[in-house]
Design a protein around this ligand. Structure first.
Ligand SMILES: N[C@@H](CCC(=O)N[C@@H](CS)C(=O)NCC(=O)O)C(=O)O
Length: 229
């Protein structure tokens, strides 16, 4: 059985967990916290980041590399489009989510709202939070809003772009922020539909104790079940 190392409320760890759940690949989760890693972690994760996957002697790093490996390991159900154009579009949105959405919005908010007060024992920088919410978030969420055209982000099947984007949006909600329905009506509806998928439900249920212990906001989970939009 493979082991997914990483705190399950992490955007990139959840991405791998949901991909494994969609493919019904059995795994166990080792909830490694990057700020307080276990001995030997630097060998498993040269960047110090989560997630890492191990299976026997195999060690895999980076959520994108791991998800691509899962697809080769068990091709069905496919999480990547077969045709070249949609495949590239899915990889772009995966990269946009993992890089831009995470780095410019989620990471900054998480650092200020959770890491600084709870782990570093420093006050949150309210100006930094306001800057992310006022400048970076509208740009990124506006782009995502424009990408929603139907049930899934690429083509007519659920896939890696949906997993990567929705995983970021879950943490945006965990941090107590909402998608303004006037500005992001399609993205909000899309998000509420996606988190009802069995794989997201299962992942969210399993990570709930971590979310609760970290004081994250879970009100959106009750509000989105059943989908009312
Ligand atoms: N490109 C990496 C990014 C992983 C990443 O940024 N993970 C975050 C948690 S979601 C992390 O480990 N942060 C701690 C750190 O940067 O030290 C991937 O896709 O796995």
């Amino acid at each position: 059985m493979l082991t997914i190392h990483g705190l399950p409320v992490s955007v990139h760890t959840r991405k791998v967990i949901v991909a494994a759940l969609e493919k019904q690949i059995a795994y166990r989760n080792e909830p490694v916290i990057p700020f307080d890693p276990p001995p030997g972690w630097a060998t498993l994760s040269p960047t110090g980041k989560i997630p890492v996957v191990t299976e026997g002697d195999l060690v895999l790093r980076d959520s994108s590399a791991i998800c691509a490996w899962l697809e080769r390991r068990q091709p069905q159900p496919a999480l990547y489009p077969a045709a070249a154009g949609p495949f590239a579009e899915a990889l772009w949105l995966e990269e946009y989510a993992d890089g831009t959405v995470f780095r410019e919005v989620i990471h900054g908010l998480f650092f200020q709202q959770v890491i600084r007060p709870n782990i570093l024992k420093q006050p949150s920088d309210q100006a930094a939070i306001a800057s992310v919410l006022g400048q970076a978030a509208p740009k990124v969420l506006g782009y995502l809003e424009a990408q929603v055209d139907g049930e899934h982000l690429v083509g007519d099947a659920f896939g890696i772009a949906d997993i990567a984007v929705v995983s970021n949006l879950i943490n945006f909600h965990y941090l107590g922020h909402a998608l303004d329905p006037a500005r992001y009506p399609k993205l909000g509806r899309y998000f509420r539909q996606q988190i009802r998928r069995p794989a997201f439900r299962q992942a969210l249920q399993a990570e709930r104790p971590f979310a609760d212990s970290m004081g994250l906001s879970t009100a959106f989970l009750a509000a989105s079940d059943p989908v009312t939009a």
